[in-house]
Design a protein around this ligand. Sequence first.
Ligand code: ADP
Ligand code: MG
Ligand code: MG
Length: 211
Amino acid sequence: TTGCTAASTVAAVRAAAEAITEHKVELTTLDRQIGDGDHGENLARGFAAVLSKLDTEQPATPGAVLKLVATTLISTVGGASGPLFGTAFLRAATTAGDEPELDGPMVAAVLAAARDGVVSRGKAEPQDKTMVDALIPAVAAAEKAATEGADPAQVLHAAAQAADQGAADTTDLQARKGRASYLGERSVGHVDPGARSTAYLLAAMAGAVET
Ligand code: ADP
Ligand code: MG
Ligand code: MG
């Protein structure tokens, strides 16, 4: 099995940025239905800034890459999702520490730290129709895969698949956090944009890390 190096973390982040560009309009459209119609733009702006930083900086460890993403997203994304994704990547970076290479269980631990960061920052509970509803099943699947001996790519694939289902399952939920909660019952019947973007980010990162 192959560990996740700084180079593969950079590749994962670049793929994440591409996925956000690819799905920018869709994410913004979802946010127009139950929010203020800026989620795709917010993330696209943030990941464009991440890409330009990666053109000039070469972080030496996976943790340093994750930290670069965190600080850049915090200062460029704005809205509710900026601090939330920023905290996710910051906690992920702290858990990765200065390890040169992450194995499957470490990748699962990094994802768990990201989830915990979002929950502690945003105080959303399960079923509140937020990105947490993608992150919780993603981490559960990642931890299960890691326990069964999965390598980093397989752990990320398991997480991505579960996040995709978690995002789809937000359709039937009524929002209780963020702007969508202002709609009350009218938020039912739409996918949560932050859960959807979380699933896209994980899928892109999974595809970029080599097995
Ligand atoms: P804003 O709502 O400020 O315009 P975005 O549109 O970028 O910010 O992000 C909206 C997304 O943020 C929502 O779809 C939801 O997934 C997520 N979100 C909002 N509030 C919370 C929260 N308290 N906890 C977790 N996620 C949240
Ligand atoms: Mg919005
Ligand atoms: Mg906004």
